[in-house]
Design a protein around this ligand. Structure first.
Ligand code: PDD
Length: 287
């Protein structure tokens, strides 16, 4: 349960934590965010997550609200005040509050910072990973800068909801050329018949996933070949294994795509290996 939320320099009780009615994050989705896994009260891959947060802010011209060191401090404090040992921390930075106007405010206003820390039921992802999950494909109808982690998540929310209603836990978006881009909240991977890992190259159509980067490190350590290139639905259906990566799932086996079984229809050896090695390779830092 979330008890305490960090909002603009103060630790507020959950029910009392609030932002301004004219916050630009609320009115224009003029905001970015990060989700970081908390493991044993420590942060997983914090350096990479904070670097991506800074990149997202700079791409949108939102000033950094504080130094990385200060941010790590308030993240740590929020985790402790909520007694989170296993779970996630959510960091959102908006451009700030001001009279509603499409034009960006000048001079700059103070960014709004919200940090939430939440415990997750122990072992929920492990239980899911034992069986694997189904995904459903849909046309990618998001904007052209998916490399920025903005809170403009409505296409992902609606797509994921439609997938859930059809028994799939995640969406795999398909671009106009027929290639899979990524999941609604994860990166997409396949393992070819030759045992090569394939995931889309970093471009403006996908988020540069932090778990994706660390899984690439894991694969290198395991001497697995990784190809960064587009892959189609057809290639995915014929793949030996498929999986997705995100901070909330780490490595999650995908056993069906649009009702087609992948490989033997259960988590394969490559994905299981990547999942079991993930936290040995990821950066685990105290806060
Ligand atoms: N989502 N692609 C999209 C569109 C995402 O929203 C996410 C993460 C990822 C994976 O990125 P990472 O490995 O850094 O978590 C890829 C987070 C978890 C979320 O919105 O909850």
């Amino acid at each position: 349960m979330t008890r305490i939320v960090y909002v603009n320099g103060a630790y507020k009780r959950y029910a009392e934590a609030a932002i301004h009615a004219e916050d630009r994050g609320f009115q224009f989705a003029d905001a970015v965010y990060e989700v970081i896994e908390v493991l044993g009260g420590r942060l997983v891959d914090a350096t990479r997550h904070l670097a991506r947060l800074n990149r997202s802010l700079s791409e949108l011209g939102i000033p950094r609200p504080m130094s990385d060191q200060a941010l790590q401090h308030v993240i740590g404090e929020t985790i402790r005040r909520n007694r989170v040992t296993g779970g996630i921390v959510y960091i959102q930075v908006t451009r700030g509050a001001g009279p509603r106007d499409f034009t960006l405010p000048a001079p700059e206003i103070l960014p709004t910072v919200v940090i939430l820390a939440r415990s997750q039921r122990r072992g929920w992802a492990a239980t899911l990973a034992e069986k694997g999950i189904a995904v459903k494909t849909m046309p990618d109808n998001r904007w052209g800068r998916c490399d920025i982690k903005t809170v403009m998540l409505l296409p992902a929310v609606l797509a994921k909801d439609a997938a859930r209603r059809e028994g799939a836990r995640e969406v795999w978006f398909i671009d106009s050329s027929g290639a899979i881009t990524e999941g609604a909240s994860s990166n997409a991977w396949i393992v070819t018949a030759q045992g090569t890992l394939v995931t889309r190259q970093l471009d403006s159509h996908i988020l540069p996933g932090i778990t994706r980067a660390t899984v690439t490190d894991v694969a290198r350590a395991e001497r697995l070949k990784v190809e960064e290139r587009p892959f189609t639905l057809d290639e995915a259906i014929k793949a030996r294994e498929a999986f997705l990566t995100s901070a909330t799932n780490t490595v999650m086996p995908v056993i069906a795509i649009d009702g087609h079984s992948i490989g033997e229809g259960r988590p394969g050896p490559v994905v299981q290996r990547l999942r079991s090695r993930f936290h040995h390779v990821a950066e685990i830092s105290t806060v």
